[in-house]
Design a binder for this molecule. Structure first.
Ligand SMILES: Nc1ncnc2c1ncn2[C@@H]1O[C@H](COP(=O)(O)OP(=O)(O)OP(=O)(O)O)[C@@H](O)[C@H]1O
Ligand SMILES: [Mg+2]
Length: 315
């Protein structure tokens, strides 16, 4: 990928102020996403994936303390007030939320919910907005058109509701989309369908994407590059095929060997509490290859090959 950097972070850290000690959700993140690139964030539950997604969308809760910078087309998002950012949210930087249950209004017809997002950002009349919504629904393979647009969310299956969310997130043809766990809770067939549709939309609009998932098959299908997170930091980063086929970090290798097709060899132990970050390498107490200094010396993310970075001096 030789396109220009579209969005990038410099030493981004996010902490939450909670009684009894701060939660260090994201630590010193340096990532870049190019125009049209799909970067997948992989990692166990609680490692900071969604917090990073929310920081790009400037949707962090009030107890969040952000340090470092996020840039979008050279403009510093982290320095922007809500008023300056609001016109960008949804139009240039959009999201496909995790849950249809909480993101669709149960009292509004599905088509209208997509019409409204389009009308808000593209300055169109109702007729044009509906025409656009129906074209999008068709592209997403939704059946019974145009009638389906007049259904309420509860009248649709889970997979169809998820596709309505894809339509809402992409209707203004954003340059960058945060997609958080698009297949969570879907069965295998629906998952495949949603992945195919997201891939198709991405191909049509060439939007760059931050794809958050803990599902390797989703990453395999859609990602150009993969960043693996562990306890708030990136421990390996590189082109998707390199991470999937020749990972170097013991944690990445561990989660790959835990996949069903590789025999379910789960990584023993648990991720550390983000209120009490271990000294040295954050993974040392679960690592089969740990050396003495892994307990005391915190490794840097260093180059291990072309565009491939790993946070382990022994990998
Ligand atoms: N508002 C908040 N206040 C305090 N801690 C928070 C808050 N929001 C998130 N956290 C903590 O930040 C850490 C990272 O959470 P995050 O939601 O980013 O995890 P995740 O990687 O997306 O996990 P999952 O795969 O389960 O969605 C967790 O320890 C979580 O408990
Ligand atoms: Mg999450």
């Amino acid at each position: 990928m030789n396109a220009e950097k579209l969005i990038w972070t410099e030493h981004l850290s996010v902490e939450f102020e909670v009684p009894g000690g701060n939660v260090h959700a994201v630590s010193d993140l340096n990532l870049a996403i190019r125009s049209g690139e799909v970067l997948c964030l992989l990692g166990e539950s609680g490692c900071g994936k969604s917090v990073f997604g929310s920081s790009v969308l400037k949707l962090l809760p009030e107890n969040a303390l952000v340090s470092g910078q996020i840039y979008y087309e050279g403009r510093e998002l982290t320095a922007m007030g809500e008023k300056t950012f609001r016109p960008l949210r949804g139009k240039e930087i959009a999201c496909i939320p995790q849950s249809a249950a909480t993101s669709l209004n149960p009292l509004l017809r599905c088509g209208k919910q997509v019409d409204e997002v389009y009308a808000l950002h593209v300055n169109s009349d109702k007729k044009e907005a509906r025409k656009n919504t129906l074209a999008l629904f068709k592209m997403l393979g939704l059946p019974r058109l145009p009638q389906l647009a007049d259904d309420y969310p509860h009248e649709l299956s889970g997979g169809m509701r998820q596709r309505v969310l894809v339509a809402m997130g992409t209707t203004a043809k954003p340059k960058f989309i945060v997609v958080d766990e698009p297949t969570k809770g879907l069965d295998w067939a629906r998952k495949r369908e949603v992945v195919e549709r997201i891939g198709y939309m991405q191909d049509q609009y060439k939007s760059a994407m931050l794809l958050i998932t803990h599902d390797f098959s989703v990453a395999e299908a859609l990602a150009n590059s993969i960043a693996v997170m562990y306890a708030g930091e990136v421990i390996e980063y590189g082109p998707a095929e390199v991470i999937l086929n020749s990972a170097l970090h013991p944690y990445t290798k561990g989660i790959i060997s835990a996949l069903p097709q590789n025999g379910f060899h789960a990584v023993a132990g648990f991720s550390p509490s983000l209120r009490n970050i271990p000294t040295g390498c954050r993974f040392h107490d679960r690592c089969q290859c740990a050396e003495n200094d892994c307990m005391s010396s915190h490794p840097e993310l260093t180059a291990a090959g072309k565009d491939h970075y790993v946070r382990c001096p022994y990998a």
